[in-house]
Design a binder for this molecule. Structure first.
Ligand SMILES: [Zn+2]
Length: 310
């Protein structure tokens, strides 16, 4: 497991090669200075401006600027950005984004950020970036074939095949959150019946409010050990297992790594058993496990884009 140290590990007299990793989500923008071994040297977080677009780009540039001044003696080799939405491989242009990030589709993020910040920039879908982070520094180091599922406000994903992130024909691969499942609800993509609409953070909060009349914060106050929360999350876990099984039958991965979604953590073993029941025998050795990189996976994975071959 990667550990994070706040201390400066730089030998005397040498500059430390680092990258800035930026994770753009529907609720927060996170940014960090990360070294080549995946250690977070300094990190910052701010709210995602609801208007998105240029206001969000200005926020990203402000975070990069603040990080540049946080660690003198580090050489920034580039900026990596993981963002919600589909990103065209090679160009860093957002082809489409869901309602969670407004005015984002059509923007060439790589070009805009390079111009604002003066460093080379690589941009990818956040799920792909997180899969790369887990491959380089986390649980994925053991596997040539795995699927990363990330549960935040929405649900994202990334696919690793033969030790490389698989992006599909136009960058749209790995969108696990939009697999259709029974019991899916309204989704940020505008459709119904998506996995995200049943198990994503926003959906879970909405469903809890509908069921109990209590505010969503109540879920976290009561926590996963509370019997009502446990029953409720087991129902969500059942739908998550069905979604995961569809993906496992298609890709035959060695592992499914689940990032985020703290309320699912105590159900992962159960989800693994359920997935194994649901898939073909050839796929049933699949392991379901939590991310080993942990809470900084978004920014660590984004930074890893800077050092990814090709
Ligand atoms: Zn959807």
């Amino acid at each position: 497991m990667t550990t994070y140290r706040k201390t400066d590990r730089r030998p005397t007299g040498e500059t430390l090669a680092a990258a800035v990793g930026v994770d753009v989500g529907g609720t927060h923008v996170r940014a960090a200075l990360v070294d080549r071994e995946g250690h977070v040297l300094h990190h910052l977080r701010t709210g995602t401006p609801p208007e998105g677009g240029d206001a969000l780009l200005a926020e990203v540039a402000g975070l990069v600027h603040a990080l540049r001044h946080s660690r003198r003696g580090s050489t920034i080799e580039g900026i990596g950005v993981g963002t919600g939405g589909v990103v065209e491989p090679g160009t860093g242009r957002v082809l489409s984004a869901t309602a969670l990030i407004r005015e984002w589709a059509g923007k060439n993020l790589a070009a805009e950020i390079e111009e604002r910040c003066g460093h080379p920039c690589r941009v990818d879908n956040d799920g792909n970036a997180q899969a790369l982070g887990e491959l380089r520094y986390g649980a994925g180091q053991r596997f040539g074939h795995f699927v990363l599922i990330t549960i935040g406000t929405g649900v994202g994903g990334g696919i690793v095949v033969d030790g490389r992130v698989y992006r599909g024909a136009r960058g749209g691969a790995g969108e696990v959150g939009h697999v259709a499942v029974p019991g899916g609800g309204p989704c940020s993509c505008g459709r119904r019946d998506c996995l995200e609409g049943a198990v994503g953070g926003r959906a879970v909060e909405r469903l809890w409010e509908e069921r109990t009349g209590a505010p969503a914060a109540d879920l976290f106050t009561r926590g996963p050990r509370d019997p009502d929360v446990d029953v409720f999350m087991r129902e969500r876990a059942e739908i998550l297992a069905v979604g995961i099984a569809s993906v496992v039958n298609i890709l035959n991965p060695q592992a499914v790594i689940v990032a985020g979604g703290p309320l699912y953590r105590s159900h992962l073993e159960w989800i693994q058993a359920r997935v194994r029941e649901l898939v073909l025998p050839a796929c049933a050795a699949v392991e379901v496990m939590p991310s080993a990189v942990g809470e900084h996976l978004g920014v660590v994975g984004a930074a890893a884009l800077v050092w990814e071959d090709g």
